[in-house]
Design a protein around this ligand. Structure first.
Ligand code: PRX
Length: 658
């Protein structure tokens, strides 16, 4: 997005306010505006979140900021995340449901906190028995089955950071992440259901193992009692290990607050995904606190976020936050439209869901399917969250009316894999809702908007710029795994004085554009860097381009984000082929295949466009912005810095007459 685009977007009409219903306000966890005053005390305000947890030993310093941007939170404290999400609830809520799981095939499992305790302990014992030790990174490649949160919590119990790789990622992507995290253990499953089909998931592990130069031990769960597909004899069956460790308990390991809890790989502006490393104490405190105040979760609620645990939303707001609060969290294995487009609403009704948390992409999809699939289903949400992209006012209003029945609050939460939890969001009882705006900073968070020169744009000016965060917060990533330099260059360098050891000179760059309206509400416009957001999945253009570059006949490739009414954005791939190569379907198929192979089917491009040349600056840099304008039918804009300004014009004539 260029500066020009931001100004255009920021001129969108401001929307009307919607008041939270009185019944909601009366029961809300955060109903007293004094919460903001408490958190104004920095960093001490954040102790309120830490105090929501059980600590083995209390911290002595809330924040050590002596070596920015390597901040340390709750220094000296020790705790265990699995204890906090499981054991501490046993006395009062042992018989209550922790996980309500529904398989796509209709199988259901009601896992109480007692059951969860048993399973997490046995799994922890199983992991230890194959040599997983404290601080070993375990890579988990599991779909939406109970084994996924159970394995995560088992890792947390023994102090082994997990790195969950979304099940939709390809074998190559898995191999890359296993290598980058230096994992000696990979956890997978034989398969799972998607749109009525049993998908062979072991295939991906087989391919990934052939690909990687490491030699990790692969542990395989099974979706049913027996494997449904061939599982290599080299793999260890989790079921056998569990049989050997039936009824065993494993003492939760006391972890230093700063010990890593997990890695989550995410796309950035280079070809290599980065492993965002999250700490134990600050992260768990932050997601617990925001689950309580933003999600308004109470132990007696049934909470459902139909995202995938393989992304940060699932880590923070399906697993760690909700379970830390001792609530019931729902998991659904399959597709939202299988066998019918009412599946989501049937589940919401059957489990009497109180809080529902989804993405604008999903809302747009529900809207496209039509309200007839919702009508007649008797569910009653009091709270609905959106996350992952800007929500268009039209979609917001539809969600409000047809899903919330005009009686639920909608909370638009802005945050990122790196931030661990919500950073810009209203506290639903304390602010009116405004469609399309994430709203106010979360308690204790200090966002600002900077121009490209690093000057702060006056607050509430309505002017668009770069969204930054000026103070650290406990949920923030610690570093990029194994790469402190990249941590600094990706997030801090641009707006910080990197020679300073005064933390007030260090500013976190979010990579998003935003405006703050006169009323103080922030509206996030989208990424300003080479990262796109496809149906709520974050993809780096460089990653897509590197995948395409693997295809023999391709000379050069550039990826541009095309706006899409349903998915938010979709990738268009512009390619030039080598001399003598014919631009045909077969080459196109290989390009699409390469993306599926390197990243996964979810990253499949919208279009592959063969061109004679790509627009380049005199120094040879590809101008993706121009391609983006072409893909979106916009004016080309300034082409004077180009080596050959006729190139984008030709591409535009080619694409826009298609
Ligand atoms: O561009 C912003 C967008 O999603 C990006 C973060 O993606 P990811 O790390 O995958 O995490 C998604 C779930 C937290 C952001 O840089 N984004 C996220 N939430 C919003 C949003 N854009 C606008 N409004 C939001 N509420």
């Amino acid at each position: 997005m260029s500066d020009e685009d931001i100004t255009i977007e920021s001129r969108l009409a401001e929307q009307d306010y919607f008041e939270p219903p009185e019944e909601f306000v009366e029961q809300a966890n955060a109903a007293d505006p004094a919460i903001y005053d408490r958190f104004d005390e920095f960093p001490g305000g954040f102790e309120e979140y830490a105090e929501m947890l059980d600590w083995d030993s209390e911290w002595d310093t809330v924040l050590d900021d002596s070596n920015p941007p390597f901040y340390e939170w709750f220094v000296g404290g020790e705790l265990n995340a699995s204890h906090n999400c499981v054991d501490r609830h046993l006395d009062e809520r042992g018989d209550e449901t922790a996980l309500l799981w529904e398989g796509e095939d209709g199988e259901t499992r009601d896992i109480t906190y007692d059951d969860l305790h048993e399973k997490v302990n046995e799994t922890a014992a199983a992991l230890r028995s194959v040599g997983v030790e404290e601080d070993d990174v375990v890579t988990i490649h599991l779909p939406m089955v109970p084994a996924l949160p159970i394995t995560m919590l088992a890792c947390a119990r023994i102090g082994a950071p997990h790195s969950v790789v979304f099940a939709g990622f390809s074998a190559n992507a898995l191999a890359e992440r296993v290598g980058s995290a230096e994992s000696d253990h990979v956890v997978t499953i034989d398969g799972y259901y998607r749109r009525g089909e049993f998908l062979d998931h072991i295939e991906k592990a087989d391919e990934a193992m052939a690909e990687t130069d490491r030699d990790p031990e692969v542990l395989a769960w099974t979706r049913h009692d027996e494997p449904e597909v061939d599982v290599s004899d080299d793999y260890t069956m989790v079921a056998d290990l569990l049989d050997d460790h039936r009824g065993e308990t494993v003492e939760p390991v006391s972890r230093d607050a700063e010990d890593p809890l997990f890695l989550m790989y995410t796309s950035g502006t280079t070809g290599q995904p980065k492993g965002c490393q999250h700490r134990t104490g600050g992260y768990l405190a932050y997601v617990t606190g925001t689950s309580k105040y933003v999600e308004d979760i109470k132990p007696e609620d049934t909470y459902w976020c139909p995202a995938d645990i393989g992304w940060i939303t699932g880590h923070s707001y399906i697993v760690y936050g909700p379970l830390s609060l001792g609530t019931t969290t729902v998991m659904y294995e399959g597709a939202p439209d299988h066998p019918t487009k009412s599946r989501i609403w049937e589940i919401a009704e059957a489990y009497d869901v109180d809080i529902f948390h989804t993405s604008p992409t999903a809302v747009r999809q529900f809207m496209k399917w039509g309200e007839e699939h919702v009508e007649g289903h008797d569910f009653d949400f009091r709270h609905m969250t959106t996350v992952g992209e800007p929500i268009q006012p039209e979609a917001w209003l539809w969600y409000y009316k047809h899903i919330g029945d005009e009686s639920a609050v909608i909370v638009d939460t802005w945050w990122q894999t790196e931030t661990g939890g919500h950073l810009i969001t209203n506290l639903p009882a304390l602010h009116d809702m405004k469609p399309g705006s994430a709203g106010h900073p979360a308690p204790g968070i200090q966002p600002a908007i900077y121009d490209d020169n690093g000057e702060s744009i006056p607050a509430e000016s309505g002017e668009a710029g770069n969204l930054v965060i000026e103070r650290p917060w406990p949920g923030m990533l610690q570093t990029v795994y194994g790469n402190d330099e990249r941590f600094i260059s990706e997030y801090w360098e641009r707006f910080s004085d990197t020679d300073s050891d005064d933390s007030s000179d260090w500013v976190y760059e979010a990579g998003d554009g935003a405006v703050q309206a006169e009323d103080g509400y922030y509206r996030v416009l989208g990424r300003l860097d080479d990262v796109m957001n496809v149906a709520g999945h974050r993809l780096g253009t460089m990653e897509l381009e590197s995948a395409v570059a693997e295809v023999d006949d391709v000379a050069e490739a550039a990826v541009a984000a095309r706006e899409d009414a349903e998915k938010g954005e979709v990738p268009d791939v512009y390619v030039t082929v080598r001399e003598g190569v014919e631009e045909n379907e077969e080459v196109r198929d290989r390009i699409v295949g390469a993306i599926e192979q390197e990243i996964g089917k979810f990253a499949r491009p919208n279009e592959v466009i063969f061109v004679d040349d790509l627009p380049k600056t005199r120094s040879g840099k590809i101008m993706r912005r121009l391609l983006e304008n072409i893909s979106n039918g916009d004016e080309l804009g300034n082409t004077t810095t180009l080596r050959d300004p006729s190139v984008p014009e030709e591409i535009r004539d080619q694409v826009q007459t298609d």
